[in-house]
Ligand binder design. Sequence first.
Ligand SMILES: [Ca+2]
Ligand SMILES: [Ca+2]
Ligand SMILES: [Ca+2]
Length: 429
Amino acid sequence: MRTVALALTIAVLASLSPAYGDTFTVTSTADSGAGTLRQAILDANGSLGTDTIDFAIPEGECSAAGVCTIDLVTVPDLVTEAVFIDGTTQPRYGTAPANVCATETAPSYMRIEILGLPSFADYTFRIASASPSSVRGMALNRGYPVNLQSSGAHRVQCNHIGVSADGTAKVSTNWGVVVDGAANGAVIGVDGDGVDDLGERNIFSAGTGIYINGNDNNVVAGNFFGLGADGVTPLSASLAVYIRQGSSNNLVGTNEDEVSDDLERNVIGNCSTGVNLDSRTGSGDANLVVGNRFGLDVEGGMASNFTAIRLTDSGVDHEIRDNEIFWSSVGIKIEEASAMGTLSTGNCLVGNIDGVVHEGTADAWLEDNWWGSEDGPSGDGPGSGDSISVTGTGSVDLDPWLTTVPSHCTIFTDGFESGDTSAWSATAP
Ligand SMILES: [Ca+2]
Ligand SMILES: [Ca+2]
Ligand SMILES: [Ca+2]
């Protein structure tokens, strides 16, 4: 009797199992029809529960280097159910390296490229599932690659966005990842759980890399902006990370929990603006920019941004902490009434034409930072390398400053003089 009951249970489970965790495989680069990405999204939406979309496009539809390109003609359907879209499943053909996501010995290399649509906000992937979805392992180029619009703790990891599949060239792309609607709790890049964190890095060279609009508690970590997959090849971006319109408690960088903190560092170079907190039409508070590298590539070479960090904002308690801020025209630019929190410490501001420009009305705290010299900021006028330019009514509190280089600032720890801009490139992007 017990055997019969067990068999019945197994039979019931077996009959249910196809409804959960199905895999739909993309086998065509065509825009619509059987085996296409569009059909896989429709199938995953129609199959109850979290599914996976894999790729197995035949060699004949791919380039000699093994890159298979889907050139979209119309917008794919809204993703309404959780799905893991995983470009790393595409077989290797041709001369493409075997690795896909970054490893200790090789940069990331994508085999699936999806060319989006050029029309405004015609997103390639529109994620609206209530449970976590993920977009992984693809070169997402042209137009508007990803829109997260639900609070599903979604993941965008191991992609090239506005960057060629081989990670060496910029591909014109408007907005990389747009977080809006009610999309709180997403991770774009490294989740810092100690598992495969290096392989979760995205590479961005889009016009605007990440755009967080009125959303809270999202994490942007471990990505390269304006650099190739090797972390050195100079690409470019207008704006790496744009957080606006009442967005609060977002983290750009490391959470400082001593797990994978180095891998959570974003490296931002060759951009017009690195991180912009902009809440002029809705106050966003307590966004954190922590432990990032601005203006240097992964090897410490110069990768000048025009403005590293810009606060165009009426929010309070933003923390700009423990960052390397090098070789900008302006290191930190404060506009409007933006207020930096009292924990804006531990930054290394070195080689910037202006360290801080303050045009706003709120007081800014920048105590306990390193200015390239034990003597602190020079206090000289603009162009001296570490000057503080205050033209608004808010004050900047710099004193005390650090008199030794913090350990996380690994470049120019010896022999670099305050005010030395001789190595600065006059042609910021
Ligand atoms: Ca499903
Ligand atoms: Ca991880
Ligand atoms: Ca961490």
